[in-house]
Design a protein around this ligand. Structure first.
Ligand code: NCD
Length: 357
């Protein structure tokens, strides 16, 4: 039975630690090359990407494998109305060992995984999750802090459309973060589905609204600051990007922060992270980005080699309702049935995009 990596909850904490440890081995002394000769990866990037795609590509090349890329949705049969399900059925029989997919619809990678014969890795599905970036972030945090539990983490910026924050916040809560501060912008706060998931763990998730001094108040208390850009391409047409004022990390703010604060950003950055911060020893975002290659090598090696079959998949129940998230893949692919996960207190979340019913 194949394993997919679509959401961060597809891997247990032990499996995640295993991948981080494999990454350590790869960074220290690596020679897996022979094991991956003749293995083939298909990159399906139906949304813009530089770092994620290239780091997957380099990871596979470093492992000695081969790569095919499709990066323009207009050049594929999807633009003729073909379904994601059919595309997954067809290309997964061509001899690729696994498929990496990025798509603007939330839950698109889950659909590909459901219909693919080979493992599917989610490289970002709309505003939903970005689980491989989460592995990179966790590796960087663990490297510097030595552990993942008990941390006080501030997520700052566009927490609504920034998929990296959703999967990382969920993972850190699972590993026992002490507090997760959600320092959002008005209208771009952490979504309810993510908060619900965080609040099911022992972690305190604190939603903090935008205000001039908010980051200033929190910054002295936190161990990790995770900044994000405003996801311009996902803002509704009614919102003018120019009018959205993000937090800017400046020298004054940094003076108040702990001396061992870890400053992370998934990149690309915009004005929230001025270049002046680069020379601060607490700035680790370029290192974080560099970790993308060895972490993805470890992930590929794990998926192709030694991950055991999935435990019972999350219960999927059918309801006569549909998910209301306009970006959910079920709103775009009419053959998909509405499926939900049962949550405590008789709540349901969409199986594909995670939004609460
Ligand atoms: C992030 C993404 O694509 O979600 N970037 C990345 O994977 N390197 C964050 C972003 O685009 O802002």
């Amino acid at each position: 039975m194949k394993r997919d990596f679509v959401v961060i909850d597809d891997f247990s904490n032990e499996e995640i630690i295993d991948i981080l440890e494999t990454t350590n081995r790869i960074v220290r002394d690596f020679d897996f090359r022979d094991n991956f000769q003749g293995k083939r990866m298909l990159n399906l990037f139906f949304e813009r990407s530089t770092y994620t795609r290239l780091s997957f590509e380099m990871a596979m090349l470093q492992l000695g494998g081969e790569v095919s890329n499709v990066i323009d949705i207009q050049s594929t049969s999807l633009s003729n109305g073909e379904s994601l399900a059919d595309m997954a059925e067809v290309v997964s029989r061509y001899g690729y060992d696994f498929i990496v997919v990025r798509h603007p619809w939330e839950g698109a990678a889950q659909v590909m995984a459901d219909y693919s014969r080979v493992p599917v890795i989610n490289a970002g599905d709309g505003s939903h999750q970005h689980p491989t970036q989460t592995l990179v972030d966790l590796f960087t945090i663990r490297y510097h802090k030595g552990h993942l539990n008990g941390l006080r983490v501030g997520f700052c910026g566009d927490l609504k459309y920034g998929r990296t924050v959703h999967s990382l916040a969920i993972a850190l809560a699972r590993f026992g973060a002490e507090t997760i501060f959600c320092i959002g912008l008005p209208g771009l706060e952490m979504p309810e589905w993510t908060l619900e998931r965080l609040n099911r763990s022992q972690t305190r998730a604190v939603q903090i609204d935008y205000g001039e001094s908010v980051l200033e108040k929190v910054i002295e208390d936190i161990d990790v600051l995770y900044l994000t850009r405003v996801q311009k391409e996902r803002l509704p047409k009614t919102v003018d990007y120019g009018s959205v004022k993000n937090y800017v990390l400046d020298a004054e703010l940094l003076k108040k922060a702990k001396s061992d604060l870890l400053i992370l950003h998934p990149l690309p950055r915009t004005e929230e992270l001025p270049r002046k911060v680069d020379s601060d020893p607490r700035a680790k975002y370029f290192e974080q980005s560099n970790n993308g290659v060895p972490v993805r090598m470890a992930l590929i090696a794990t998926l192709l080699g030694k991950l055991k079959p999935k435990r019972q998949p999350n219960t999927r129940v059918l309801e006569d309702k549909r998910c209301l998230n306009p970006q959910c893949v079920t709103q775009h692919q009419s053959y998909l049935r509405a499926e939900f996960k049962c949550l405590p207190e008789q709540r349901f979340s969409c199986f594909y995009c995670g939004h609460l019913l």
